[in-house]
Design a protein around this ligand. Structure first.
Ligand SMILES: *[C@@H]1O[C@H](CO)[C@@H](O)[C@H](O)[C@H]1NC(C)=O
Ligand SMILES: *[C@@H]1O[C@H](CO)[C@@H](O)[C@H](O)[C@H]1NC(C)=O
Ligand SMILES: *[C@@H]1O[C@H](CO)[C@@H](O)[C@H](O)[C@H]1NC(C)=O
Ligand SMILES: *[C@@H]1O[C@H](CO)[C@@H](O)[C@H](O)[C@H]1NC(C)=O
Ligand SMILES: *[C@@H]1O[C@H](CO)[C@@H](O)[C@H](O)[C@H]1NC(C)=O
Ligand SMILES: *[C@@H]1O[C@H](CO)[C@@H](O)[C@H](O)[C@H]1NC(C)=O
Ligand SMILES: *[C@@H]1O[C@H](CO)[C@@H](O)[C@H](O)[C@H]1NC(C)=O
Length: 608
């Protein structure tokens, strides 16, 4: 009887109680949602992940269609250093458990996507992350009263209800902070006349026989388009592939979202005149799809458009099938109709508009994580992919800890004399600045009075003007470690195999083309104007900057005494105004490195 009464009371209370509250609400249990859940759980924060389907990583159940991941699963590097090895493991989430590395799950460099679904669900189960499955979030919006009336102190407090939303059963939820990590999952279907005649990538048949004797047109020129072409070209008469811009090979642009060699076999059959072809056309402006008399499909110019094509397309080509591979976009269905969100224009329009701290452009305390933050480094770095956003999610969590809980950005204090060795260690093993090159940097705040430095890792480059507000630390003497390709080396049309591509001498280290560490020293703080005049991925060239390039190395090992360590030491001596020779002998550096269990290559011993 008592029990029943309690139950009744409980029911009654929950009916009165308007909504379930959590400090942090993450929407989406894909890799980014899980990664953030992992960090919040470690920090013992109140969080929940709402997931629409009944399992984690559900996007990977269907995609990629042909089931082969194009993210590198490199099990062997010749090194045992854990961080170093994460540079070549593009599928694992960050965690404290070595056993939860994706590399243990497949011997293939490009494994099956089925393994990703298993991996993400095992990750969830191992850490017992708080996920509420089968929950479709809708009507998400700020609770207006609080956001306008809180005073400055309250506003930085994460426990207040700032957002409300409900699920598909109208059950209400409120949240202090919302992080949208739903990825891009709605097929991008542009409003082209006749687009309904196309078959979408999202439900394309995997049965090659259906393409026997067919002439196929593929709209799009990304990895999914080439993946489809490669799957069906055993059967087709020919494949034409159209897009607005020229083909962008990832090996030339150094952007992993561009066409990867694993997918690019159609380039051969085009250039070797085996009927397949790539054609540049802007569908959005001039084209339409039409049924021809025999029921097949034709791509035609709109009558009004008189611009003549400079390309080799035959206006009369008729296709048996047109396949749409135009990518995915953000699903807006989580928002309440009242919420107004700024939108990106142009090529990043598929991503929500955000600030450099991953916060919605026009809604405070509403954040994005994972692929949805890629507008910041689109076509520049790896933020759209697991191996990149696992680090931006970590940075986001570090920001939360200071902004909402007064826990400063993790850092260590180094004496001037230990800085050289620590820098060498970071250059050689650090994973986050390597994967998110040009986007996440190590920041060294120099304290000239106490002859010491504070070392902060993997900090978002564009937030350097706000370092005090974000980390709790500042200095007007900044040393920054960035990883860079040569400034003019990457690009769709560049000859990245040119004979003189490698800089072989210390004297020309600044002309290194392949990814290499670069140090920037500023004797003043940086501001946004400085960044406004800077090429993305690089740091501002102000009047007082001093820059030091570490000579590129084929194995990305920067520990040769003459080529790497000595020039670095001289640079540091100059900016710190001291003599570092006593403490940074090469044998000392070697001892330090061995302590950290970084395996030293033979060449290093040879150089001693
Ligand atoms: C989610 O829904 C599926 C069926 O749609 C069901 O099998 C599963 O048990 C549900 N999961 C939870 C946690 O409610
Ligand atoms: C393809 O997807 C659309 C919409 O999602 C659906 O209406 C259609 O039935 C699907 N076609 C096939 C062949 O699965
Ligand atoms: C494809 O075309 C060839 C010759 O044009 C013909 O012999 C073959 O039967 C056709 N196959 C199918 C499945 O239509
Ligand atoms: C890169 O190209 C620009 C413009 O052509 C030039 O001004 C700059 O000096 C080049 N930078 C390097 C490092 O070669
Ligand atoms: C930003 O810093 C530069 C020096 O690097 C200075 O000339 C400029 O006035 C500063 N701008 C603002 C808005 O503070
Ligand atoms: C930087 O450029 C953006 C637009 O590109 C502008 O809105 C902003 O005001 C600029 N910031 C500064 C400090 O100049
Ligand atoms: C910074 O360095 C520049 C060039 O070396 C020098 O002119 C300037 O006075 C320095 N500023 C400060 C604040 O030390």
């Amino acid at each position: 009887m008592k029990f029943l009464l309690l139950l009744f009371l409980f029911d009654h209370i929950s009916a009165l109680n308007p909504a379930q509250f959590h400090e942090y609400c993450i929407i989406g249990a894909g890799p980014a949602g899980l990664q953030l859940g992992y960090f919040l759980q470690k920090a013992k924060r109140d969080y929940i992940i709402y997931e629409k389907t009944s399992q984690a990583g559900s996007f990977f159940i269907d995609y990629p269609r042909h089931r082969r991941l194009i993210s590198i699963n490199k099990r062997n590097t010749g090194e045992r250093n854990r961080k170093f090895n994460l540079r070549h493991d593009w599928n694992s989430l960050l965690s404290d458990n070595e056993q939860l590395r994706f590399t243990h799950r497949s011997k293939q460099l490009f494994p099956s996507a089925d393994l990703m679904v298993d991996y993400l669900n095992d990750f969830h189960r191992y850490y017992n992350l708080h996920i509420q499955f089968n929950t479709t979030i809708q009507n998400l919006k700020p609770i207006s009263k609080q956001t306008t009336t809180c005073n400055a102190k309250d506003c930085s407090y994460s426990m207040i209800s700032r957002f409300q939303m409900n699920d598909q059963h109208e059950y209400p939820y409120t949240c202090g902070i919302v992080i949208v990590a739903t990825g891009l999952n709605i097929p991008n279907i542009p409003p082209i006349v006749g687009i309904d005649l196309t078959t979408g990538y999202e439900n394309l048949s995997l049965n090659v026989e259906e393409f026997e004797n067919q002439s196929v047109l593929i709209l799009g020129r990304g990895n999914s388009a080439f993946e489809v072409a490669q799957h069906i070209y055993d059967a087709t008469n020919f494949i034409h592939m159209i897009s607005r811009s020229r083909v962008r090979n990832a090996y030339a642009t150094h952007y992993v979202g561009d066409l990867r060699a694993i997918n690019n076999q159609l380039l051969d059959t085009y250039q070797l005149k085996s009927l397949d072809a790539l054609i540049e056309i802007d569908l959005m402006n001039h084209e339409l799809l039409q049924r021809s008399i025999d029921g097949r499909i034709q791509l035609k110019r709109k009558q009004s458009d008189m611009i003549t094509s400079i390309h080799e397309r035959q206006e009369t080509t008729i296709y048996d099938r047109v396949i749409r591979c135009l990518g995915f976009k953000f699903d807006n269905s989580i928002w309440h109709p009242d919420i107004q969100l700024e939108e990106n224009l142009g090529r990043t329009s598929k991503y929500p508009k955000i600030r450099f701290d991953y916060q919605s452009f026009n809604h405070d305390h509403l954040y994005f994580a994972g692929t949805l933050t890629h507008s910041i480094d689109f076509r520049k770095s790896s933020g759209g992919f697991i191996h990149g956003f696992r680090y931006t999610v970590q940075a986001l969590h570090r920001m939360f800890e200071y902004r909402y809980h007064e826990q400063k950005w993790p850092s260590i204090i180094l004496s001037y004399h230990s800085l050289t060795n620590y820098l060498i260690k970071r250059m050689n093993e650090a994973d986050g600045i390597y994967q998110m090159f040009g986007q996440l940097v190590d920041v060294i705040l120099i304290d000239r009075i106490n002859h010491q430095c504070r070392y902060l890792e993997e900090y978002p480059i564009q937030l350097l003007p706000h370092i005090e507000e974000i980390t709790g630390y500042t200095s007007n003497n900044l040393l920054i470690l960035n990883m860079q390709y040569g400034m003019n080396y990457s690009g769709a049309g560049r000859d990245v195999f040119a004979f003189d591509r490698v800089s072989a001498s210390v004297n020309t280290a600044d002309r290194s083309n392949f990814l290499h560490p670069v140090l920037y020293y500023y004797n003043s703080t940086l501001n946004e104007t400085d960044f406004n005049h800077t090429k993305p991925g690089f740091l501002p060239i102000t009047s007082s900057v001093r820059i030091h390039h570490i000579l590129e190395n084929v194995l990305t090992l920067w520990m040769q005494s003459d080529e790497h360590i000595l020039p670095l030491r001289i640079f540091l001596e100059n900016i710190l105004n001291i003599d570092l020779q006593q403490r940074t002998s090469v044998s000392y550096a070697r001892k330090k490195l061995l302590e950290k269990k970084l395996i030293i290559p033979i060449s290093f011993y040879a150089s001693l």
